[in-house]
Design a protein around this ligand. Structure first.
Ligand code: GNR
Ligand code: NI
Length: 171
């Protein structure tokens, strides 16, 4: 197992649209193992493959609590096939690719997602609460979208400027 380096803005790869996973190979299984290790080490509750530099439509999440224990979910080629249009949820989001910045984002409260599991089987799940928020955040990554893209231009520009400056200074 390997803890992989996590890309941070303004890395241009974070704006890429990731490509579908065509086959579940040993390389994919190894990547998933390393993504869990990287996510738990960070620590984070989700991680998209592009955050470790792999432009494939693959993500892992775990919104388990100390009481419930771990709830790892590996998601390949996800599609949101339904989202609530009358119920929204506001959550203070963060992103491992935008360290130490947190802001409230409003998203549909409930989603239904179709995806492939690591055995290549098509699955569907209904999600609400933190899982729904986290899955939408991760699926955004597969499309090159970050949570700051849901904020006002003023807030987004401020964050982007701060990280561009830090990158230039080599921080
Ligand atoms: O660890 C994470 N926490 C989080 C909190 C609220 C909404 C989304 C997230 S995902 C984030 C990890 C991450 O950057 N995943 O892409
Ligand atoms: Ni993120």
């Amino acid at each position: 197992m390997t803890i992989l380096p996590i890309l941070v803005i303004p890395d241009p790869r974070l704006k890429m649209v990731s490509e579908p996973v065509e086959a579940i190979t040993d390389d994919i299984r190894k990547l998933v193992t390393d993504m869990y290790e990287t996510m738990y080490d960070a620590p984070g509750i989700g991680l998209a493959a592009i955050q470790v530099g792999v432009a494939k439509r693959l993500l892992v999440v775990d919104v388990g609590s100390r009481e419930e224990g771990q709830q790892p979910l590996t998601v390949i080629n996800p599609e949101i096939i339904w989202e609530s249009d009358d119920e929204f949820r506001i959550h203070q989001e963060g992103c491992l690719s935008i360290p130490e910045y947190f802001e409230e984002v409003e998203r549909p409260a409930c989603i239904r997602m179709r995806y492939m599991d690591l055995d290549g089987n098509t699955q569907e799940i209904d999600a609400d609460g933190l899982l729904a928020t986290c899955l939408q955040h991760e699926i955004d990554h597969l499309n090159g979208v970050l949570f700051i893209d849901h904020l006002s231009k003023l807030k987004r520009d401020r964050v982007n400027r701060k990280f561009a400056k830090a990158a230039k200074a080599g921080v």
